[in-house]
Design a protein around this ligand. Structure first.
Ligand code: SF4
Length: 381
């Protein structure tokens, strides 16, 4: 980009384009609202022709939008698709979700992670049954009051399922808007979130609230990609984008670095007795609350005698790592064969079949489950 010295910028021609784009310095200093004012038309046209065909878009009822948005939190679309279909097959409506036994709910969610999302879904479904006669509430305050529903999800449900002009601002939208408006504010701050929410709210077209919300999300998910890799040459709003016009795409959005994760060294005890493995439930609160797990303890402890499990044979059979948002587990898988059937209170012996179909095991233990697949499943075949 060349400063012409006359109060304007002269942009070098884009590849294969036989025209020049002239912008004034004033236009580069537009407020976020001004920058976004021209966004809806080209964005909606692009979305009409480029929207991915996703099952929750086919019939955007409040239940479908809610379920898909909760599943999509921290999870990629491709990973969500089979879960969404399976979940709806078993719980086609809110009443079914409210009545689903907890263990079944956890099993349906197994592998999606962030299990509190599933528990909150069910709490919310029960609340809808009790307080809203089974009908999904349509006003923002009631939707936002449902367990597990934050500003973003409430905005998505209001705009997509109920046609209300409520913005849905998540990390994707923050990134897109920061680039479009050339805003160098830190997108992890509340102030920036408020500013972007306000700016988006001011331009949502009343006749197409749901399409606009989804179009903005779609742009972030398929074109305006994170980590300095946006596909600007395919972007339907590139001529409105301050970051592109100012040649600052690789600098935006500004994001404070994440805190480093705490590393926990664990020994995972795979205790075997007659083709069964010992499981215990995790505490009802905290990380992976209420799910089943292989007994595990900090690596510097030797808990077998405390559990009254005399080992007949033991060996280390592998290592695994699992990353949560704030914690990293570094696990050593320790196999123990025992002849003692009695287990500590609340623990159970599980066959391979029960491990596969009955108990919900978090995917932090995937490596251990893979090992047991060979040990308990293949060996008995
Ligand atoms: Fe994002 Fe590039 Fe489009 Fe700007 S031009 S909104 S940076 S994809």
């Amino acid at each position: 980009m060349i400063n012409t010295g006359t109060g304007g910028f002269f942009l070098a021609p884009l590849k294969d384009q036989a025209f020049y784009v002239i912008m004034t310095e004033i236009s580069l200093r537009r407020s976020p609202v001004e920058s976004l004012a021209q966004l809806p038309l080209p964005l909606l046209e692009w979305f009409r022709d480029n929207a991915r065909s996703l099952p929750w878009r086919a019939e955007p009822t409040p239940y479908h939008v809610w379920l898909s948005e909760i599943m999509l939190q921290q999870t990629r679309v491709a990973a969500v698709l089979p879960y969404y279909q399976r979940f709806l097959a078993e719980c086609p409506d809110i009443a079914d979700l409210a009545a689903l036994p907890e263990d079944r709910l956890m099993k349906l969610w197994q592998g999606l992670g962030y299990y509190s999302r599933a528990r909150n879904l069910q709490k919310a479904a029960r609340l809808i049954m009790e307080q809203h006669a089974g009908l999904f509430p349509s006003d923002y305050a009631s939707i936002r009051a449902l367990p597990g529903v934050g500003d973003y999800t409430a905005g998505a449900i209001c705009s997509i399922a109920f046609g209300k002009p409520v913005p849905a601002v998540d990390g994707n939208v923050l990134r897109v808007v920061a680039r479009l408006t050339g805003d160098s504010g830190d997108i992890t701050t509340l102030q920036m979130k408020r500013q972007v929410t306000q700016a988006v709210a001011s331009v949502i077209p009343l006749h197409a609230t749901g399409a606009f919300t989804q179009a903005l999300m779609e742009l972030g998910a398929t074109v305006c990609l994170p980590n300095g890799a946006p596909l600007c040459e395919r972007c339907p709003v590139q001529n409105l984008c301050a970051a592109r016009l100012q040649n600052r795409v690789d600098q935006l959005p500004v994001k404070a670095p994440k805190k480093t994760r705490r590393v926990e060294e664990l020994t995972v005890w795979l205790i075997l007795f007659q083709q069964k493995v010992a499981l215990r439930r995790r505490p009802a609160k905290g990380l992976l609350a209420g799910l089943w797990e292989f007994p595990n303890e900090p690596a510097d402890r030797s808990p077998l005698s405390g559990w009254n499990i005399p080992p007949q044979a033991e060996e280390i059979v592998g290592h695994a790592k699992h990353i949560f948002t704030h914690i990293e587990w570094h696990m050593t898988l320790h196999q123990v064969e025992t002849a003692e059937e009695e287990l500590p209170s609340g623990w159970v012996w599980a066959t391979w079949d029960e491990l596969s179909h009955r108990y919900a095991i978090p995917n932090a233990f995937d490596r251990a489950v893979g090992f047991l697949n060979k040990k308990l499943n293949n060996e008995v075949e």
